[in-house]
Design a protein around this ligand. Structure first.
Ligand code: TNX
Length: 555
């Protein structure tokens, strides 16, 4: 028992959270600890717990901790294995509902393939070997709210985080360290070994996200949930939903029902569209929150509004087109809300009121891109007024980078996609930038000339182009301190179903996740492509319809 305590202490001599929460005995004297190092070695060699020491016997043994995507801040292998068995329990350091939920989530995630009961228990007394410990408590050496520390010892796994979100991110790491068979939804007969070592990890950027355009083509709740599952596995924390555009309005607004009954009735190319009821939207928000993902809803305005104009013609003041028809083409820049009409602002107030009420996250995205049919002075006035409405409902504004032409409210965020002047203007106003440069981060761009779906206006974006850029050096004068994060938008003019979503997003998404999470200093395409190549089997096991780029040495 004593030896075991020392073993555990050695893995974290600066903190004693494990000891504090799981073991009655505590010991702070580092000198004594280090003098006990040889005893530890002895212990490792003649282990007398009920779990036998195992050499990690997977072909990737010594490198498994080096293969995680996104790459952790620090990961050190120690060459042995912890083995999950039917005896393994998941032990919590307290009984807060969120920790219980995470324990249950881990258990449920590992159950189908292992067939083990993986009971979730909350006990402070000494435990037998072979268990996984989860703890939410302040960690001194990792202050980031999504950070975590994972210690994998031959006889136990200890995952600690400052917050529930951090613990969730760490659980994704545990999953990646298990054999790929863990992704199966039926019983697999393999040794469930996790390589021993230590991971200390936290994200570089606060926001790491993906955007899904549900306006050009509509995607059902199940598809959105699937996308949430996939991006959350790579520690992303934001899903931005592009909910309205010329071709469709996809969000139920109770006060203005025709927006969806009429404005949501079709899609690019014609045919049946669709929309989310507020109940369905809430279901998405709830599902996302369980994966510690914030939903950012976007209502694009004053341009990209044909579906709204067709539903309520008073929103329009184009005398040449007083009653706009539904639009199923792909061109942009022809529609605008009537910025001089006060009734338009009352309408927007209603929309933001209803949307803010069912959006727990702090942001409302107001679009603001490509308003080519709006005069610049009207555009500026419009964006200023709409930021005020967003603020009135307790939210912060995000808009495409053109919103920098207006006077940005404190906390407004400009999402960079095209010209560099706009983000530069935004930074001059003290705003933060969300980086989505079309030439690098648009996952609707084709990989190359033979890609069947996708667009090309920003250039081909193969997996290396998608990975090989650094948000903090992309635009002169805009450094890491000005950047809130990275987002990969998927516009869906040409994307019709979840399999096509997966094909465009993967394997680029893991790369964007890494750009957002991992320190840029360690980034290197030649190293990453090998890691991604090893990860192919896992994406296959996850049933992801990914593009098998010839630039990756798939294993
Ligand atoms: C530009 S990016 C758009 C979208 C299109 C996309 C296609 C941006 C803010 N606007 O309306 O769907 O290009 O790649």
């Amino acid at each position: 028992m004593l030896f075991k305590q020392f073993t555990l202490s050695l893995f974290d001599s600066t903190e004693n959270v494990f000891l504090k929460y799981f073991i009655p005995f505590t010991m702070n004297d580092n000198k004594i600890l280090s003098s006990l190092f040889f005893l530890l070695l002895l212990l490792v060699n003649c282990n007398n717990t009920n779990q036998k020491e195992k050499k990690y016997n997977s072909p990737f043994a010594s490198t498994a901790l080096q293969n995680i995507i996104p790459k952790p801040v620090e990961a050190t292998s120690t060459g042995f294995a912890f083995e999950l068995t039917k005896e393994t329990n998941i032990i919590l350091n307290d009984s807060t509902p969120q920790l219980l939920k995470l324990g249950q989530y881990l258990s449920n995630t590992l159950k189908p393939a292992t067939g083990f009961p993986l009971n979730v228990v909350n006990e402070n007394k000494e435990q037998e070997a072979g268990n996984i410990f989860l703890s939410i408590a302040a960690i001194d050496s990792v202050t980031n709210k999504e950070g975590y520390i994972l210690d994998i010892l031959p006889d136990s796994v200890l995952l600690r985080a400052n917050t529930a979100a951090g613990l969730f991110r760490g659980i994704q790491t545990i999953k990646q360290l298990l054999p790929v068979e863990i992704e199966a939804d039926s019983l697999q007969l393999v040794p469930w070994q996790i390589p021993t070592g230590k991971v200390k990890d936290f994200p570089s950027y606060e926001m790491r996200g993906a955007m899904l355009d549900v306006a050009r083509h509509f995607f059902e709740v199940e598809d959105v949930k699937r996308y949430i599952d996939l991006i959350s596995f790579y520690k992303m924390n934001v899903l931005h939903l592009h909910l309205s555009d010329d071709q469709g309005w996809r969000m139920e607004i109770k006060k203005w029902p025709k927006l969806t009954t009429h404005g949501g009735s079709t899609k690019v190319g014609g045919g049946k569209g669709g929309f989310f009821t507020q109940e369905q939207y809430k279901e998405i928000v709830q599902y996302a929150s369980e994966k510690y993902i914030t939903i950012i809803p976007e209502i694009d305005m004053p341009g990209h509004t044909n579906a709204a104009l067709a539903s309520y013609p008073f929103l329009n003041c184009d005398i040449n087109n007083p009653k706009p028809k539904l639009y199923t083409g792909m061109q942009v820049g022809f529609s605008t809300l009537c910025t001089s009409n006060e009734k338009v602002y009352a309408f927007i107030d209603d929309v933001i009121l209803e949307l803010a009420a069912i959006t727990p996250g702090p942001y409302i995205h107001i679009g603001g891109d490509e308003s080519l049919a709006t005069k610049t002075k009207d555009y500026i006035k419009f964006i200023n007024k709409v930021q005020g409405i967003v603020k009135k409902y307790g939210k912060h504004t995000i808009g495409w980078d053109e919103i920098a032409l207006s006077t940005l409210q404190p906390n407004s965020i400009a999402q960079h996609w095209d010209k560099i002047d706009n983000p530069t203007l935004a930074v001059k106003q003290g705003a933060k930038i969300l980086m989505s440069p079309a030439k690098k981060a648009y996952v609707d761009m084709k990989y190359n000339a033979s890609t069947k779906i996708g667009l090309v206006w920003a250039g081909y974006t193969d997996v290396d182009d998608a990975y090989n850029w650094d948000p903090a050096t992309l635009i002169k004068g805009i450094g890491k301190e000005n950047i809130i994060g990275v987002e990969a938008p998927l516009w869906t003019e040409t994307v019709k179903n979840i399999k096509e979503i997966e094909y465009m997003a993967f394997p680029r998404i893991p790369g964007y996740a890494e750009i957002g999470w991992s320190p840029s200093a360690g980034k290197n395409w030649n190293e990453y492509k090998v890691r991604l190549g090893k990860h192919g089997k896992r994406m296959k096991a996850m049933n992801i319809n990914f593009y098998k780029s010839s630039k990756i040495p798939w294993q």
